[in-house]
Design a binder for this molecule. Structure first.
Ligand SMILES: [Zn+2]
Length: 235
């Protein structure tokens, strides 16, 4: 299913059936907690495509991938596990006007942080970067089910900061949430002279709003597993 950004009419919140919790159809959060951006989505030259694992697709309130695409005009989500035969994936990777890469730290990945990017290979084509939106364990199952993904040229970067995500603890400090990874990717692409990143605060501001609400919830209703242990700290 292609979930390209929906029309950017303000808010995007709709009333659901009476008796049900009202949910915003764009960010999939309760209307009172809607995180849809007030400003129109940001324009970038690069198209960002999130390959979203089904488990991530179900995580509605704390899904940073969805927040990412709400803020970027040139982005979309492809939910699934096996992408080699996904019609939209095939359309993008076979489009002669596009140069597709996978954000993945393989040994042959171009390291944007070291200034390595095959600018000459773009040949005036649009850069499309696929990101796997899942936990690292689930990313392995996507790669197993989509072996052709690793045939794409890979790109990587070294995050400038550790993950700011304190709720879903990342296995390593350098493992970022999806929205943080896209933010760092856009910074790196701008540094490489491949794109411009017009509003460098916006993705993180959206991310912080979601994270801060989660922290508030934890403080008002602590997870029983954490009782007697120090609270999570901000990195
Ligand atoms: Zn919303």
């Amino acid at each position: 299913m292609n979930t390209s950004n929906p029309p950017s009419e303000s808010g995007g919140c709709t009333d659901n059936e009476p008796g049900y919790r009202q949910v915003c159809w764009r960010c999939r959060r309760p209307i009172a907690l809607c995180l849809c951006p007030e400003k129109p989505p940001m324009e970038t030259a690069t198209r960002i495509v999130l390959l979203m694992h089904p488990m991530e697709w179900k995580r509605e309130k704390c899904n940073t991938g969805r927040l990412t695409t709400l803020n970027l005009a040139n982005s979309e989500i492809l939910p699934g596990l096996a992408f080699d035969d996904n019609p939209r994936y095939r359309e993008l990777t076979r489009d002669p006007t596009k140069y597709c890469m996978l954000l993945y730290p393989g040994p042959a990945a171009y390291d944007l942080s070291a200034g390595a990017f095959p600018v000459a290979k773009l040949e005036n084509r649009q850069l499309v970067v696929f990101l796997i939106d899942s936990t690292w364990a689930c990313a392995k199952s996507i790669l197993r089910a989509s072996p052709a993904l690793l045939d794409l040229p890979c790109v990587k970067f070294t995050p400038k900061v550790a993950s700011r995500y304190v709720i879903k603890r990342q296995p390593k400090a350098e493992y970022l949430s999806t929205i943080e990874a896209v933010h760092e990717l856009l910074l790196a692409l701008e540094g490489a002279g491949v794109d411009t990143y017009p509003d460098k605060e916006r993705l993180l501001a959206s991310f912080y709003a979601m994270r801060d609400y989660q922290i508030e919830c934890l403080e008002s209703k602590p997870n029983p597993r954490w009782i007697g242990k120090p609270p999570p700290t901000q990195s």
